[in-house]
Design a protein around this ligand. Structure first.
Ligand code: ADP
Ligand code: TPP
Ligand code: MG
Ligand code: MG
Ligand code: MG
Length: 309
């Protein structure tokens, strides 16, 4: 193959080699009365840790992004394993702070670091593996959205993208904290799962546009997003303008909010479960955004690692 390939195309190839992988935020294992769910995510110095990030935040982020996939299944976390590849320049202070970040994030979300592996590596590389349990009747999958369902998100969109922009442009912005200290929506996802109204869910780690593309692929549906309903992160429009703010909400990634669909009869129950914004609806096909009666296609753009082959 010539040049780099996007991670999604590569995962499709891997899936053929391995004989079919379920495309979801976590792998799902039958554990008798409940499901065991498991996910793993790798973070690197160059691609994931802006130079303003302190080692505690690196530790925090490594655990938070892994717990976000547990949340997306409606599961309770059962623990996290951490494989840490530490570079030669990592001193005692760095290591103490990094591991405090792992532990503090796990503890805040009611879980703990169960174990892991430690090695030296030229580039700081941290791979978390998160485990969780969910009652069989409560599990939330990426598949299950039906035309006529409501499309919703927790929190705001474009916060991490705005934080990245501010960092890269030397601007001051509170959004930088959103980039560096993501908050997995475990409580919200659990409450939504118990509300019984969610038909499909994932986290939006790669941005709303790719999340909708992933959901549409596995659910076999399309989406219509109402542009004026997008909960743009506070201060984002003022910092980068309306058009860039929308682009960041759609494709910058790094927000770790829940994107989910609801039976319309379940909206009241879902609103009692957590703060949410209805940003659109599930349609038969296509991924669209509508503003002032005009529809345009949402491009399949988002955060994707590129891998050289
Ligand atoms: N190297 C791999 N081997 C097997 N499955 C993989 C690999 N990389 C990714 N996947 C699977 O592909 C799907 C998409 O991965 P990813 O986009 O990283 O999910 P997420 O954004 O939720 O972490 C997941 O179900 C994941 O388990
Ligand atoms: C130095 C640096 N550049 C860019 C980013 C932005 N960024 C890195 S990873 C990511 C989101 C998704 O990461 P990924 O490894 O694909 O996690 P997954 O989707 O598997 O949960 C974003 C927005 C960053 N955090 N740090
Ligand atoms: Mg995910
Ligand atoms: Mg991943
Ligand atoms: Mg990703």
């Amino acid at each position: 193959m010539n040049g780099a390939i996007g991670e999604r195309d590569l995962i499709r190839r891997i899936s053929v080699i391995l004989g079919g992988l379920e495309n979801d935020d976590c792998a799902v294992i039958d554990a008798g009365e409940r499901y065991l769910v498991a996910s793993t995510d790798m973070l690197h110095q160059k691609t994931d840790f802006p130079d303003i990030m302190n080692p505690w935040q690196m530790g925090w982020m490594a655990v938070a992004v892994n717990l976000s996939d547990i949340a997306a299944m409606g599961a309770e976390p059962a623990g996290v394993l951490i494989a840490a590849g530490l570079p030669p320049e990592a001193d005692q202070y760095f290591i103490d702070e990094l591991f405090s970040g792992f532990g503090d994030c796990a503890a805040l979300y009611g879980t703990r670091i169960l174990g892991g592996d430690t090695d030296s590596h030229l580039e700081l590389t941290i791979t978390g593996t998160s485990l969780g349990f969910v009652e069989k009747e409560l599990i939330l999958r990426r598949r299950g959205a039906r035309a006529g369902d409501l499309l919703c998100t927790t929190g705001s969109l474009g916060a991490a993208g705005g934080g990245l922009w501010a960092w890269q442009n030397g601007a001051k912005s509170e959004l930088i904290t959103s980039l560096l200290e993501p908050e997995p929506r475990l409580k919200e996802a659990r409450a939504l799962a118990k509300s019984g109204s969610v038909t499909a869910m994932m986290d939006n780690s790669d941005g709303l546009a790719l999340s909708l593309s992933d959901l549409s692929e596995v659910s076999g549906v399309g989406f219509l997003v109402y542009q004026d309903k997008l909960p743009l992160a506070p201060g984002l429009v003022e910092m980068v303008g309306q058009e860039n703010a929308i682009d960041m909400a759609l494709s910058a990634g790094g927000d770790y909010e829940l994107v989910f669909t609801l039976r319309s009869s379940g909206l009241e129950a879902a609103r009692r479960a957590c703060d949410l914004t209805v940003i659109g609806e599930v349609v038969e096909e296509g991924i669209w955004m509508e503003r002032a009666g005009k529809r345009r296609q949402i491009e399949r753009l988002g955060y994707e690692h590129r891998i050289g082959l």
